[in-house]
Design a protein around this ligand. Structure first.
Ligand code: HEM
Length: 446
């Protein structure tokens, strides 16, 4: 925690302003206009707020905004050459190939693997007995562990690649890479997040390179194996280096984002028992291990997930840097300018949403469709050519976890509870989201 005198230095002060309450920071900025400037993290940034300004950068009609040099500043050394950090023709080429790993038949295959893996993860929640029955169960760390285990399973092809100690080391390495994004000291110095992340990246590269020949040799249905065997009609494939870079990025892209979404949904379902019951009834009507098509019939849960992504978008702002001079809504933006596309704010603007701070999943129902108020009113997955490639996978994973949790547990959270969200990297509840969790007991009608 920085002491107050440091917080008063303007360039760090604005960074901390953002981290302590991003929405308040974005609101203050937006009051000055949709295209403004601020010094943050030692650099001058153009800040885009409101759906029109966000749309301009994400549609990127004149190809002025680049991802690599923007995100590269925040997470570059650790997620180097992941799809999100590639640009223009090269990005297009890699995306064409990578999207074959996220077709519907592939996702159906991942769902088949996810279903038993989630069941096993939730068995462990029950086995933790003391925390499950009545005591405070910390939902966020439990979900983080669950989604990391799922990533090991679905992305890497199972725990047999590594023993428990190595898996723990890999998880730590991966977490170090993610946490470096919010580091204020961005130098490879002893004891810094930056140094831990460099070490983490090396460990992940070594692990993946070691297992790559075996993945190339046989065709499995885990993501690592799939990436090794992708081929376009023109015969394009990924090099070993590409596979490693994409794998490390995909692990990052998939993990925290899905965990945050499930956490937010659990919180609101705990605070709104009527929605919890409505979702549970739909889940109880399906098998414990549903197919992708069955999962898509969970309409109430779908509304809850959309509303959770609106209230707490896991990626609150998107980073870009201009590669040439351009303008947004008539305001000039010079070449070389770091740009923050503040999608979070659009989700909370009263001109786009009724009573935006209220948890109201029905706002996404066919009768209301408030998300149609603007093409970029709801953009948790971004927009334009970099729109999230894992959107369908994420939807399936998040719904599957919540489906099984709803069938097996019930929980309550105080209606007045406000999650103390930490925004040093992606948002998460600093208190771990304590909930009162009980095994679900079906009630017999009186
Ligand atoms: C709820 C969960 C998720 C959210 C909210 C989310 C959000 C986003 C956002 C906002 C972007 C765009 C970044 C930008 O324009 O700068 C993005 C890109 C991306 N996401 Fe996701 N994501 C989620 C889950 C996933 C999952 C599960 C995967 C993979 C399994 C994934 C893979 C990707 C990839 C590959 C990109 C880069 C796309 C490109 O640059 O062409 N995401 N995600």
């Amino acid at each position: 925690m920085l002491r107050p005198p440091l917080a008063k230095i303007p360039l760090i002060g604005h960074t901390l302003d953002y981290m302590s309450d991003p929405l308040a920071f974005m609101r203050r900025q937006h009051a000055l206009g949709p295209v403004t400037e601020r010094r943050m993290m030692g650099l001058r940034w153009t800040l885009l707020s409101g759906p029109d300004a966000c749309e301009a950068a994400l549609r990127n009609a004149d190809k002025a905004f680049a991802n690599g040099p923007g995100w590269g500043f925040l997470v570059g050394p650790f997620f180097d050459r992941g799809l999100m950090l590639l640009d223009f023709a090269e990005h297009h080429r890699h995306r064409l190939l990578l999207q074959q790993a996220f077709t519907r038949p592939r996702i159906e295959g991942y769902v088949e693997q996810l279903v038993p893996a989630i069941s096993r993860g939730l068995d462990a929640w029950v086995a933790q007995g003391a925390t499950v029955d009545g005591g405070a169960f910390l939902a966020y760390p439990a979900l983080k562990e669950l989604t990391l285990d799922l990533a090991t399973q679905i992305f890497m092809g199972g725990a047999d690649l590594a023993d428990d100690a190595e898996l723990d080391a890999l998880n730590d390495a991966f977490i170090a890479c993610v946490q470096a994004g919010g580091a204020l000291v961005r130098l490879d110095l002893p004891g810094t997040r930056w140094r831990r992340a460099h070490r983490g990246r090396r460990l992940l590269e070594g692990f993946l390179l070691r297992h790559l020949p075996a993945k190339r040799a046989t065709e499995g249905n885990d993501l690592f194996s799939v990436l090794c065997h992708l081929r376009t009609d023109d015969g394009e494939t990924f090099s070993d280096e590409d596979v490693v870079n994409h794998m490390i990025f995909l692990l990052m892209a998939a993990h925290d984002t899905s965990t945050i979404t499930v956490t937010t949904a659990l919180q609101h379902l705990g605070q709104h028992p009527e929605w919890q019951q409505r979702c549970r009834e739909e889940s109880l009507a399906l098998p414990e291990h549903p197919s992708l098509a069955e999962l898509e019939t969970l309409t109430s849960l779908d509304l809850v997930i959309k509303e959770s992504l609106r209230l707490v978008p896991p990626v609150p702002l998107l980073a870009r840097r201009t590669v040439k001079a351009t303008e947004v809504l008539g305001v000039p933006v010079p070449k070389g300018r770091f740009t923050a596309v503040m999608v979070h704010l659009s989700h909370h603007l009263p001109e786009l949403w009724t009573d935006p701070e209220r948890f109201d999943p029905d706002r996404f129902s066919d009768e209301r469709r408030e998300d149609k108020s603007h093409r970029y009113a709801w953009e948790p997955f971004g927009g334009g050519v970099h729109k999230c490639l894992g959107m369908a996978f994420a939807g399936a994973e998040v719904s599957l976890i919540l489906h099984q949790v709803l069938r097996r547990f019930e929980w309550r959270i105080d209606a007045d509870y406000v999650a103390p969200l930490d925004y040093h990297s992606l948002p998460f509840p600093a208190d771990g989201l304590p909930i009162e969790l009980h095994p679900y007991q079906a009630r017999t009608p009186a």
